[in-house]
Design a protein around this ligand. Structure first.
Ligand code: 7RM
Length: 642
């Protein structure tokens, strides 16, 4: 396990217990939910599924043929129907579904009725473009309501969507279009970012130059930027919507039909298309969203993630909308036009629940408490954290300066692959320890195991695994069943390996220590070292590259790269910046290395494996660990002398 991830965990940290007032009003306040779910896991998830509207009920809750699970076998439903249609028969039809705040302060509110209409119309647009059940649609949009509309429209007609984060480069988009063989791409003329415009359509155009499956591109007008519209291929969203009929019946989907693909980084250069299906995913995300955030009708719930990540899928779109929540959606960054933007938004809309990431909290910490102090945050009643381990200092700051020592914090551990939150407090039941995601959600069985897959004793470290299937689990890697089996299920048969290391403490609480594989978590975003390495060696000057995650005060981890240049290439003045820019161009700005170390050779084992552990020690200026397997010790000496 990695040493660097343990820092900041204090065994004797203070425990925060739920207050009587919060408890009295909470949705889930009976301790027995844990025991009941543990005693009859299948019964628990069977009952949970009754919260959804099914066209046809399931015959069997779970069919488990490890590592292949089917949940709610024989059940028929539609995710869009569950997020929209069923709310229209009650007063909820006039409730705000999405409150949108644009980067420049423009605002738009869509009621459930409004959202229903737009989704139906857009579903008809997609149909008119020849999108049928099973066809893939790629979505490359900013954080605007049309992103949610497009996702729900796909779900409505049974076309799996693949959302690509708007911060990804043209090349990253191209890889994902090709892998999914997308028929339609939905993008916008541009996206606002700190007052300037990111040319999404231009990126899309260059991505499309290398992929031939896409028949049409639908372009949402957001920035008013002039763009090229290719005759016969490209269509304006607003023009198509004007022509579209108002009603589109929701397709009857099997519980196990694919809802979406979401690409995530792994240990190879090629991102994995994580596949989620309909029934189990919807049960998992709606149950967890309601219970963990203690959702009430009058809440204004704000999750600051981008819809391009799993957090946006599960906890901006599908979970909250299935629950009839009012969801705030913000287009911009926390520092534009000023560093108090988040607090201004909370005050403006009287936000009650805030779900954000440790990297954002550490950024706010650095800016100092005067920004939140200049706004009325008294509407907040619950805070959440996701994306990476939250260090106790950041937890305390969040608790004190944002929650004003009034709001419980739910530190939620989960992954793109798990689809839903797996470990978390239940705010009225669980005593909080800053830095720990506490305990598994009812009906979820998580363990810390040793090399042989045996559970460790309390107070020990090991590998974090999931012991039993759960409804929102990934079903496969798109187009690559072997990769699904090998990546997640091959360490110990029938046991899901998360890729994380964790500690199980004396009280049975879980402390996630970080990745133990070759994945770097930069600001809560997963980046594969292999992806950055292949971007670097793609540059004509680079012979070899090795990347590692280096501890970073704000980002959690930053990318550091060790690069060997080709014979005769001179480092010169500009090469370092050129290589950094090259990575940003190939993948996206989030993968740009903070540091590049040039070295004539990389430290390798005798069998040729790069010793990343040593590189981490070097990058962080630590004493070197075991070097006995190193093939050529002088390489490390030379690196250290730099
Ligand atoms: C939701 C999301 C997953 C990886 C995961 C962990 C890390 C996420 C926490 C966390 C400690 C948390 N999906 N991680 N949440 N570590 N405490 N509460 O982030 O697929 O993008 O990343 O993120 O390493 O394996 S993800």
């Amino acid at each position: 396990m990695r040493e660097d991830k343990r820092e900041g965990i204090v065994e004797e940290s203070k425990v925060f217990k739920p207050g009587a007032e919060f408890k009295a009003r909470a949705l889930v306040r009976e301790e027995k939910v844990y025991e009941e779910a543990a005693r009859d896991r299948i019964g628990f998830w069977g009952q949970a599924a009754e919260r959804l509207d099914w066209f046809k009920p399931w015959d069997k809750v779970l069919e488990w043929d490890p590592p292949f699970a089917q949940w709610y076998v024989g059940g028929k439903l539609n995710a869009s129907y569950n997020c929209l249609d069923r709310h229209l028969t009650s007063w909820r039809r006039n409730k705000a579904a999405i409150i949108f705040e644009g980067e420049y302060g423009d605002s738009r509110v869509l009621t459930y009725q409004d959202l229903y209409r737009e989704v139906n119309q857009f579903a008809n647009v997609l149909k008119s473009l020849g999108v049928n059940k099973g066809d893939r649609v790629t979505i490359y949009l900013p954080m605007i309501p049309e992103a949610a509309i497009a996702m729900l429209a796909c779900a409505r007609i049974g076309a799996p969507h693949s959302v690509v984060f708007g911060g990804f480069s043209a090349e990253a988009l191209r890889d994902r279009l090709i892998d999914a063989k997308a028929k339609v791409l939905i993008t916008s003329d541009g996206s606002f970012r700190r007052g300037s415009v990111v040319p999404l359509k231009e990126n899309a155009d260059s991505a499309l130059a290398g992929s031939d499956s896409v028949e049409h591109v639908v372009v949402v007008q957001r920035t008013g930027t002039e763009v090229n519209m290719k005759e016969g291929r490209d269509l304006w969203y607003h023009e198509q919507m004007q022509k579209a009929a108002l009603e589109c019946q929701a397709e009857e989907m099997d519980a196990e039909d694919m809802l979406f693909i979401l690409y995530t980084s792994g240990t190879t250069g090629k991102p994995k298309g994580v596949v989620h299906t309909t029934g189990g995913y919807m049960v998992g995300v709606s149950t967890t969203h309601e219970w963990i955030f203690d959702l009430k009708e009058e809440d204004v719930y704000w999750c600051t993630a981008d819809v391009g990540w799993i957090t946006g899928h599960s906890y901006i779109v599908y979970g909250p909308l299935a629950n009839g929540a009012t969801v705030l959606m913000y287009e911009g960054t926390p520092d534009y036009p000023a560093k108090d933007r988040f607090w201004e938004i909370i005050e403006k809309y009287r936000v009650t629940i805030l779900y954000t990431a440790p990297t954002a909290i550490r950024t706010f910490m650095k800016w100092g408490p005067s920004y939140p102090e200049s706004h009325d945050l008294s509407s907040l009643r619950l805070l959440g954290s996701v994306g990476e381990p939250i260090n106790p200092e950041a937890w305390m700051w969040y608790y004190k300066h944002i929650g004003q020592e009034r709001c419980p914090i739910v530190d939620t551990w989960w992954q793109t692959e798990t689809g839903m939150i797996m470990m978390t407090p239940l705010p009225a039941l669980t005593a909080l320890k800053p830095g720990s995601c506490t305990v598994p959600f009812p009906g979820v069985k998580v363990e810390v195991v040793d090399h042989d897959g045996r559970p460790v004793a309390k107070g020990s470290d090991g590998y974090l695994v999931v012991r039993e299937p759960w409804p929102a689990m990934l079903r496969t890697v798109y187009g690559d069943q072997n990769r699904y089996v090998n990546t997640y299920w091959s360490n110990w048969p029938g046991i899901y390996f998360t890729g994380d290391g964790a500690r199980w403490d004396e009280d049975g609480y879980f402390w996630v220590l970080g990745r133990v594989d070759d994945v770097i978590n930069v600001s809560g975003h997963r980046i594969g070292t292999a992806e950055v390495e292949s971007a670097l060696v793609d540059h004509p000057s680079v012979a070899e590259a090795a990347c590692i995650g280096k501890s970073h005060e704000v980002k959690g981890q930053a990318v550091a790269a060790f690069v060997t240049l080709k014979e005769g290439v001179d480092v010169g003045n500009g090469l370092m910046d050129e290589l950094k820019a090259h990575v940003a161009k190939k993948i996206g700005a989030l993968a740009r290395p903070d540091d590049i170390f040039f070295t004539p050779e990389l430290p390798k084992t005798r069998s040729g494996k790069i010793m990343r552990r040593l590189l981490r020690d070097i990058a962080e200026g630590r004493a070197l660990g075991d070097t006995t397997t190193l093939a050529d010790a002088s390489v490390v000496q030379a690196l250290r002398d730099k």
